[in-house]
Ligand binder design. Structure first.
Ligand code: ARG
Length: 465
């Protein structure tokens, strides 16, 4: 029997039952639902809306149901539609008419909105923990490998020498922004809809502040109509997760490139690569590729939720039920991706000689040579022209800057002296980039200091939530 069956004479069509049911996936909200209902029942008793005795029967019944579901002893029936109905029906069966009082001053609309917020607040903390773990591994890797020089790229063309650690720290700071966005998203959703009723509030003398406190919400929502139809917090999370996946995907793209024979800058651990069913020599970076691929999946969830919301009149509409699979899938994909990516990174081996060789070939110090001439008094534009001609000359000769003699240099400018041979060493080029945030070892060590503090702050925030 349906809990809402009173006004109906006909049974629900079987296909409709299957089509509208969300129980198969929203069952994972059971803990939040039990938690929310316990707080609600306690509040009803506190406000004299139900008796203390009824409340304690309800609370004990709900606890038992929670245990049964956890222990796999709960029988799910698709006719219940969703987890909220399944739990309420079972409660009534267990404890009798007192169970029927739980839904006083409440609607499934404010109930599901509350459950989903409780769920996501918790998942944000789990995701945050995984993100900090990744940042820690990244920082370790950067600190261990501070001596490695590699080519930096623009347009995927060799550009200027930089430290491998500088590259790693670039991602550290991207992930720091992701963490900040997670925090912000958590703050935005820390508002409790329960007590909004179906849409208009309730005539019972409820105490919403009490329930919010019980459930750990920072505040109660201000407008009942908004509260039951608002899924902005789902979109906020999907947007944050999408951008995090963008970062992971870009990183993976580089790992894929760098582990090719053409680049050969890194070696991915065998545990994070796979073989080919036909080509025996292959060691493929499938994990990195799949992370790149799964980013698309998370963006898709964001798009689907934007689309679900865009045409909805206030307040609740059943379309909103589509929020769950989108959110659950994005949460699971993001968490799993963070875990596997962190493992892959921790086991990655850089190849310092290969990186340095690549940095020494291709005139990456051309800008340093131009800067050298600028220091001798030449305007930068003129220096650029001189070095451009030198590159052209070397290309024709098939040589690098370090194969030129001083007299060759002097053909291009009388300003060159012995000092130029120090300038064109890649280590010196890196060493010279001393501007704040630059790639000189001291500046990169400065980033390590900042990063250590960032991690400590992030961990502190996680501990306090
Ligand atoms: N299963 C529904 C959902 O997830 C719960 C709310 C149903 N409310 C309603 N008025 N039909 O959105």
């Amino acid at each position: 029997m349906k809990l809402w069956g009173g006004r109906f004479k006909k049974k629900t069509d079987e296909l409709v039952e299957e089509y509208t049911a969300s129980l198969s996936f929203d069952c994972r909200l059971y803990k939040c639902d039990v938690q929310g209902s316990i707080a609600h029942a306690n509040m009803l008793a506190r406000c004299g809306i139900i008796s203390r005795d009824e409340a304690s029967k309800i609370v004990n019944g709900l606890r038992e149901i929670g245990r049964d579901i956890k222990g796999g002893k709960f029988s799910f029936d698709i006719a219940d539609e969703d987890i909220h109905m399944a739990i309420e029906r079972t409660l009534i069966e267990k404890i009798g008419p007192a169970g029927g009082k739980l839904h006083t001053a409440r609607s499934r609309n404010d109930q599901v909105a509350t459950d989903l917020r409780l769920f996501l607040k918790d998942e944000i903390l789990t995701t945050g923990n995984l993100l900090v773990e990744l940042q820690r591994i990244l920082l370790d890797l950067a600190e261990e490998n501070i001596g490695i020089v590699m080519p930096g790229y623009t347009h995927l063309q060799r550009a200027q020498p930089m430290l491998f650690s500088h590259y790693l720290m670039a991602y550290f700071f991207m992930f720091q922004r992701d963490f900040k966005r997670l925090k912000c998203c958590y703050k935005w959703m820390d508002s409790m809809p329960l007590g909004s009723g179906a849409l208009a509030g309730t005539s019972f003398p409820i105490d919403r502040e009490f329930v919010a406190k019980e459930l750990g919400f920072y505040k109660v929502s201000e407008n009942s109509l908004d509260a039951v139809s608002d899924r902005d917090f789902v979109i906020d999370f999907l947007a944050v997760a999408s951008l995090l996946m963008v970062h992971l995907s870009r990183f993976c793209e580089e790992l894929v490139l760098w582990s090719t024979e053409e680049f050969d800058f890194i070696e991915l651990d065998e545990a994070y690569t796979t073989g080919s069913s036909i080509m025996p020599q292959k060691k493929n970076p499938d994990v990195a590729e799949l992370i790149r691929g799964k980013s698309g999946r998370v963006f898709g969830r964001l798009m689907s939720m934007l689309t679900v919301l865009k045409g909805l009149p206030l307040a609740y509409n059943r379309d909103l039920q589509e929020d769950k699979e989108a959110l659950f899938d994005a949460v699971d994909t993001t968490k799993m991706t963070l875990k596997v990516f962190t493992g892959m990174l921790a086991s990655l081996k850089p190849k310092p000689e290969k990186m340095k060789m690549a940095a020494e070939e291709g005139y990456l110090v051309a800008t340093d040579v131009a800067d050298y001439l600028v220091r001798k008094g030449l305007p930068f534009r003129e220096a650029h022209e001189v070095v451009g001609k030198m590159v052209n000359f070397c290309l024709k000769r098939g040589c690098q800057f370090d194969q030129l003699e001083l007299k060759d240099y002097r053909r291009f400018s009388p300003h060159f002296d012995e000092g130029i041979f120090e300038v064109i060493r890649v280590e010196n080029s890196v060493e010279s980039k001393v501007s704040q945030g630059g790639t000189s070892p001291d500046r990169v060590r400065e980033q390590f200091g900042i990063a250590t503090k960032v991690i400590a702050d992030e961990e502190k925030w996680l501990r306090n939530h």
